[in-house]
Design a protein around this ligand. Structure first.
Ligand SMILES: [Zn+2]
Length: 324
């Protein structure tokens, strides 16, 4: 099976009340961990690549690694550009064999966002085979590679904008801002309440009222959530028990993501959680075996934790298991 675009995947996810995991990848072990987990769960999956990943690993390596994963697993896999900043990077990825791209002009004025998104859609949709386009309205706080928005400068998506935006751009899916944010430090401690028993910070709840209003205005249309790592505390603990210093990292509670996946959300982006799992495996290995120096040993342990995490996300959060 060749790489696929996200069209049919999202239709099934919308109607089935689940979401597809969009996992960021930038090296072989992460690609293997994600796709082996998806294979064992019989789940479709999106592998996405940011501008930072393209710089780190070179586009040709990423493309070939994802193609290798398709050959190895025979799964429906989407190769997606995460946060394309302009038409040129989207065009470059479309020409290079990506099956889906995101154009993110959410920080630009509304009319400019529409104009650039429309241009990307026209190019992507004329491509054979059809390339799907994700766009964004509203901005998320936090840091993701080169996308950086200060806390306090984020803005929720305005539901009254979405119909006009989708109609005029022709985009295939829409990322909205309902309170998720990028990175492992999603919320300032003062935005959160501290659980008296565990001491863990609990973030403010997602704005489900906005999601419901958007989906009422766009019936059947796939919605995307960025910045949706949950900062699983088991991995934070392993990191901190083995020499790390992650203090008050806060994510989006998984129960809220599960709820969003039952509604119009068809794609949930997860990046920081993979980084935490990889780091946990490597730190734990390094501490337990100070004499080891073969990267296959410690990176292999990181890969095992990433795989374990992705299986958990597919089954307990996304609900995309056994959907092939
Ligand atoms: Zn994002």
């Amino acid at each position: 099976m060749p790489l696929v675009n996200s069209k049919e995947m999202f239709e099934k996810a919308y109607n089935g009340g689940y979401a597809i995991g969009a996992f960021n990848c930038n090296n072989m072990e992460i690609v293997q961990a994600i796709t082996e987990a998806a294979k064992e769960c019989n789940s479709p999956v999106i592998l996405q690549v940011s501008a930072g990943a393209r710089k780190y690993a070179k586009p040709v390596y990423l493309k070939k690694m994802v193609e290798a994963a398709v050959e190895d697993t025979n799964l429906p896999i989407v190769l997606h550009l995460d946060h394309g900043a302009d038409f040129e990077i989207c065009k470059d990825c479309i020409d290079g064999g990506f099956t889906s791209v995101m154009i993110d002009c959410s920080s630009k004025p509304f009319e400019e966002n529409i104009a650039i998104t429309k241009k990307v859609c026209e190019y992507a949709h004329a491509h054979v085979p059809y390339v799907t386009v994700e766009a964004e309205l509203g901005t998320l706080a936090g840091i993701e590679d080169e996308v950086k928005v200060e806390h306090g400068a984020e803005s929720y998506t305005r539901p009254e904008d979405v119909e006009e935006f989708v109609r005029r751009t022709g985009c295939d899916s829409l990322a909205i801002a309902i309170g998720t944010s990028h990175g492992a430090y999603k919320f300032k401690p003062e935005q959160c309440t501290r659980d008296p028993e565990t001491g863990i910070l609990l973030p403010p709840p997602l704005r489900f009222d906005i999601l419901e209003e958007v989906s009422k205005r766009l019936p059947g249309f796939p919605i995307v959530l960025h910045g949706s790592s949950s900062v699983n505390q088991e991995f934070v603990k392993i990191i901190n028990d083995n020499g790390g210093a992650l203090k008050d990292a806060v994510g989006v509670p998984e129960a809220q993501l599960r709820q969003a996946a039952r509604l119009a959300v068809c794609k949930i982006n997860i990046d920081s959680d993979l980084r935490l799992a990889m780091t946990a495996g490597i730190r734990e290995h390094m501490r337990a075996h100070p004499d080891h120096f073969d990267p296959r040993q410690y990176v292999g342990d990181g890969r095992a934790y990433v795989k374990q995490l992705v299986k958990h996300k597919i089954v307990d959060v996304l609900g995309s298991n056994d959907k092939i």
